[in-house]
Design a protein around this ligand. Sequence first.
Ligand SMILES: C[S@@+](CC[C@H](N)C(=O)[O-])C[C@H]1O[C@@H](n2cnc3c(N)ncnc32)[C@H](O)[C@@H]1O
Length: 189
Amino acid sequence: MHKFNSANRKKLVSEKRKRILPAEQILKNSGLKKDDIMADIGCGIGYFSFIAADILKPEGKVYALDISDDMIDEVKNRMNKEKIHNIETVKTEEYDLKLPDQSVTYAFLCTVLHEIPDKERFILEVKRILCTGGKLVVVDWEKKETDMGPPLSHRFEREEVKDLLKSQDLQIMKEGTVSNRFYEIEAIR
Ligand SMILES: C[S@@+](CC[C@H](N)C(=O)[O-])C[C@H]1O[C@@H](n2cnc3c(N)ncnc32)[C@H](O)[C@@H]1O
């Protein structure tokens, strides 16, 4: 399975990406609440984590999780520079998110799921850290030709995501499209 190359990490905050994937709008529309405990799983350099931390302060908190040391270092550097206190970074393993059971109220996966070889095992681990009644939001590339993004063969279809979530007893609440390139699916545990 193709993983995002951390050498390209600045692309995650390009002006074009900000335009086609408006973070604040996506987080607010998906119902991120001021007192949520969020897990930004596969946070990269924290494009969503920092905006979420701003929405959540002072009550809520963001766990910024990634398997890449480079990505985690980048988030830590920015946290220190900008004196952000409601983000905690966690260096994870492919199928071990390193957080206690039911410790978050909102789990977020943006352009991560298509990178995971065993998606069922991964979603089971996401479910483990999500509290009962908590929300999972999945944003990923539609499986169709787009002007940027991973090759079609690496993408995971919207319907496959829905089937996967349902198979793990997650209840699909809402789905939509972001800038005609991404699907956004919300489910409740
Ligand atoms: C395309 S980037 C997206 C980053 C971020 N979600 C965003 O939208 O800006 C994918 C990220 O997922 C991370 N990743 C891949 N597999 C992972 C896993 N099993 N657990 C946690 N992070 C993972 C990669 O290291 C990379 O930082």
